[in-house]
Ligand binder design. Sequence first.
Ligand code: GTP
Ligand code: MG
Length: 239
Amino acid sequence: MAWMFHKSPTFDKPWRDVPWGNRNDDLDYVKNFKPHSAAQHLRVLLHGPPDSGKSSFINSVDSALRGRISTRALADTGFEESFTKELLPGSAPTGSYYNETPTINDKVHVLVYVVKANTFNLMEDGPVNKMREVREEARKLGIPQIAVLTKVDEACHMVQKDIRNVYKSKSLKKKVEQLSGFLGIPINCIFLVKNYSTEDETDDKTDSLILRAMRKIIDYGEDFLNDTFSPMSNTENTN
Ligand SMILES: Nc1nc2c(ncn2[C@@H]2O[C@H](COP(=O)(O)OP(=O)(O)OP(=O)(O)O)[C@@H](O)[C@H]2O)c(=O)[nH]1
Ligand SMILES: [Mg+2]
């Protein structure tokens, strides 16, 4: 009866509740979002190693919003994908991004770390080390930070079977804890996501995870804009 001693790869109950039925609500929220009047759009910087799923995440958000798989060029979406660029174009006189008088529209409003969940060991993944430097810079600038752990389907076969197992998976919970410790980001700012990759149609459950993450990204970005333009200060905080 050896099977009796096998540990289950999943918890009986999810460690985070995903309101799977909330997809339409989150969809409306993200669709109808208008940034703080002082900014033309919310600027989100996706930061992560090559192949971590940054472009796929941008396309997946677009797909979820449009209700069909999208692969359009993403100019003017407010997203930027990067692994090296400065967070604040005026912060360092290096490269072609130097801007002596950055306005709120030039600044990054939310920093999103994108890491693949099937990375063997986050600590040993050289590129992930680079994120800690960026994190320090973001912290000094007061920029909110979120992490998205992608490729949850490839990281856990129980999730591949049924995406609703995502917050029940023991191995994924471990990855989240590992990333939280490594980057110093609280667990409630880390989101598990499966990007659209091979699908030719969108799916409500996959949408739910993508839109939930996007909703949080928006909320944190808005907090940053509201803090920068609080009624207490009538001048823009350029630090
Ligand atoms: N199964 C699965 N595949 C994914 C997921 N996200 C991304 N991929 C695949 O992983 C590969 C890399 O994804 P990209 O979105 O191009 O990664 P990136 O971070 O933009 O990579 P660079 O632009 O090279 O830095 C692509 O083949 C995607 O289809 C996911 O959640 N699940
Ligand atoms: Mg890319």
